[in-house]
Design a protein around this ligand. Sequence first.
Ligand code: FAD
Length: 297
Amino acid sequence: MSETRVMDLLEAATRPLFSLEFFPPKNRLGFGLLGGAIERMRAVTPDFVSVTYGAGGSTRERTLDACDLLHKMSMGPVVAHLTCVGSSRADLEAIVDDFYARGYRNIMCLRGDPPQGETSFQAHPEGLVHAGDLVALVKSMHPDVCCGVAGYPEKHPEAESLDRDVEHLKEKVDAGASFITTQMFFDNAHYFRFVEKCRALGITQPIIPGLMPVISRQQIDRITSLSDAEFPEELARSIDEAGGSGPRAEALGMEWTVHQVENLLSAGAPGVHLYILNRAPTATSPILTHSLSAWRR
Ligand SMILES: Cc1cc2nc3c(=O)[nH]c(=O)nc-3n(C[C@H](O)[C@H](O)[C@H](O)COP(=O)(O)OP(=O)(O)OC[C@H]3O[C@@H](n4cnc5c(N)ncnc54)[C@H](O)[C@@H]3O)c2cc1C
């Protein structure tokens, strides 16, 4: 098999694309549960799916196994994520060749975060320093592979400014990236400002907004401790008032996401990428599927 490329889907699209992000489960039991969740999600027919790559390469095999599972279960073209953390250039070449040999033609090229317990990113002594280096490596090995890269509407935490970060994003697309998926954000104003800055700098590639439906207080606490995304007070308050979890809190979180989706697609975003944390109830939420089906006709 040779996977359809996201760049070709984007180019041919006459409507917005809808994609889902998965993470590789830890063990066989987790894979069994993921298989069941995918079965329940098949009806939502995403245009493509992606699978994250764990810190320090810890999920290399599991990322590939999750890609293979999604492929086998016909969930659409698969984007395999890859990071530079803990890998030499030769290691990365071997992984890219493995992806390619299995037929995958989409790679999300990332630098990765520092491993747990470390505060700053240290490149492997024989490795790569920035995501742009990984894009260049992949393109030099297999020019037909479609590379995606990450964009940060509220700037990457290490960047000195949003302008500087967008300049680095430009370097990533100049290295050969074909599309950009953004970090999650909860206020669309960040996305619109980011796209404007990217276009002003000559970045022409599609910028797919990444959204995470937030359905519990526990999730809010995790997001606010791990990411720099500004979390809306109003949504946090209403989830707390709904008891912090359960069907009402979930409905409020989904409503917020659907409102974001409607506003983004109305303004011409090329699609939406949902960070669903492997949850079938999120991907199959009736309010979300109803909204998306209107855009996908
Ligand atoms: C859509 C998406 C998917 C993700 N998937 C994963 C995943 O699967 N696994 C995982 O571990 N993490 C993942 N991440 C998180 C990501 O690895 C981290 O945010 C990481 O800290 C930065 O990765 P990057 O690819 O954006 O790095 P880079 O693009 O290299 O940027 C990192 C920092 O370096 C700066 N920079 C970039 N290029 C240069 C340059 N040439 N010179 C100087 N400075 C530069 C940037 O401004 C930024 O501050 C994902 C993030 C997003 C948005």
